[in-house]
Design a binder for this molecule. Structure first.
Ligand code: RIB
Length: 313
């Protein structure tokens, strides 16, 4: 890492225990299917993004809540071992650490259901008590597995201190207030999240016309105040949208084994590269390279690459 100057990335978000089963194909509604063995791992979009950023060389802190149980302790320990500042994580003695139930199909695709548990204790009062930590960060990176009011308060705090904000709207709510959008520098939905956020659900057809739908969706969010929308498109790369400017980036061609946490890796990498003062284009290319490695490995946090794997010295 040598003399790279890295501003502090503060990740605000969820920490979960992931219970994963591998299946041939994802089940349809009403269908019962058989799966391979159950495995346990550390996950949660917040923790995954913090871990990704730390492994990629960022100076990283984390705000979020775990339960007073083994999973919570393991999560804090793993993040701390990776170099994340975990001193402001809250342990709620009255709740269990959040949990995620994940099906991974043979083609690497997944579906995830999250029981928020202690992530719900990452509330407005906790966020207000961490005002100075938020204001001292260079860049705030957040997702949507914690209470919305708390998240919106965090974005307000960051904005008041003129900090950059990346919001990964996952899972996507029906809507986000314009006042919050105006505090977001980078909104990073995948295509499904984009369509939900801008009220165009069901409008993707899997054809070239999708590019138009994605562009239209991004345009609607830019109109509401987001400065840059980056739509992640898996093996199709990503689109970067600003008012009056669009850029499409190709993905690296790899054999995907498990896409769990690939989006988290993208966001963590984007945050680190921006915190190092790289250009947006360089940051997006770095994020694409990092997440291309993550999809070739199983699991969430276990799949996240080290800096030297993305940019060998
Ligand atoms: O993005 C992947 C993550 O989503 C999993 O680790 C799971 O915990 C859910 O938060």
């Amino acid at each position: 890492m040598g003399d790279i100057q890295t501003g502090k990335v503060l990740v605000i978000g969820s920490m979960n225990v992931d219970m994963t089963i591998r299946v041939k194909e994802l089940p349809k509604a009403g269908e019962t299917i058989l799966a391979g063995n159950l495995s346990f791992g550390l996950g949660g979009k917040g923790a995954n993004q913090a871990m990704a950023a730390a492994r990629l060389g960022g100076r990283v802190g984390m705000l979020g809540c775990v339960g007073d149980d083994d999973f919570g302790r393991k999560q804090i320990q793993a993040l701390g071992n990776a170099g994340v500042d975990v001193s402001d994580i809250r342990t709620d003695t009255a709740a269990s650490t959040g949990s995620a139930f994940i099906c991974v199909a043979e083609n690497g695709g997944n579906c995830i259901v999250v029981s928020q548990g202690a992530n719900l204790s990452c509330d407005e009062a906790y966020i207000r008590s961490k005002r100075e930590i938020i204001r001292a960060a260079d860049l705030v990176l957040a997702q949507m597995e914690i209470p919305e009011k708390a998240l919106y308060q965090a974005i307000r705090e960051a904005r008041a201190a003129q900090r950059r904000v990346i919001l990964n709207p996952a899972p996507a709510p029906e809507d986000i207030p314009d006042e919050v959008y105006r505090g977001v520098d980078y909104l990073t939905p995948n295509e499904t999240e984009l369509m939900k956020l801008c009220g165009m659900e069901g409008e993707l057809s899997g054809t070239a016309a999708d590019k138009q739908a994605i562009q239209e969706g991004a345009r609607r969010l830019l109109e509401r105040g987001v400065r840059t929308v980056i739509v992640t498109l898996g093996e199709k790369g990503c689109g970067v949208f600003k008012k009056g400017h669009t850029d499409w980036f190709a993905a690296k061609q790899v054999q995907a084994l498990d896409t769990t946490a690939a989006g988290d890796c993208f966001n963590g990498a984007l945050a680190v590269a921006l915190s190092e003062g790289r250009t947006e284009r360089e940051a997006v290319e770095f994020a694409i390279s990092a997440s291309a490695i993550a999809v070739t490995r199983r699991g969430a946090q276990e799949s996240l690459p080290l800096r030297g794997e993305v940019e060998p010295v």
